[in-house]
Design a protein around this ligand. Sequence first.
Ligand code: PEP
Length: 251
Amino acid sequence: MTLPRPLIAGNWKMNGHVADGTALARAVVAGSAGLAAELLICPPATLIGLVAREAEGSAVAVGGQDCHAKPGGAFTGDIAAPMLKDLGCRYVIVGHSERRTLHGERDSDVQAKAGAALAAGLAAIVCIGETLAERDSGATLPVIARQLAGSLPAGASAATLVVAYEPVWAIGTGRVASVDQVAEVHALIRRELGARLSDGAMVRILYGGSVKPDNAVSLLGVADVDGALVGGASLDAKAFLAIAAAAPARR
Ligand code: PEP
């Protein structure tokens, strides 16, 4: 069985303006040729069109950081999945822990957003992850299984679904999950995907949480780690490309 091509996704979060966003996208595109991994940039919504133009004709994909569950309507400030598609996005992140924590998104909301993404022809990157309190109380695996079951959209397949395991305590903290911790959770996610989807073995499972060039080789070498969701380091083209270069061609 050929394993899926690794995906290295950069989540710029609420960072970037026209000048620096253009320069960053241009540098990532310029360094993207010949990499084994697929590269994805998820800029803030204001820069999606610009980054999509920079990435045109390259192997770099563009994605949103969130979408609404409805395809349009009276939802001030929100962005619908078809709008992302219209701008050239291929992916959208849903259920990032910052959305879950700061915007009160529940698994059911994430599932609805992921379903909207699929309906619009986008692939959904569904984020799940335990808090430090949950890890310390030994609840990590049940929490992950529950989040996954509650967040997966109907009708997903390896072509339309990516799962990102992002322990909340490792996001933006410089604290990285150990190789053993990552392996244990990714194995659980793989088992759960296998039980739910006919091609669950081919769904890419990303690790996210303080991924940097100096830990990328070990994290990306863990079984069932099919790429990374990168926050802080994706704002530096050199660091982001170094992480991408650490992704193995196939395992
Ligand atoms: C993230 O925001 O998804 C993330 C993993 O951030 P960082 O790489 O900065 O920890």
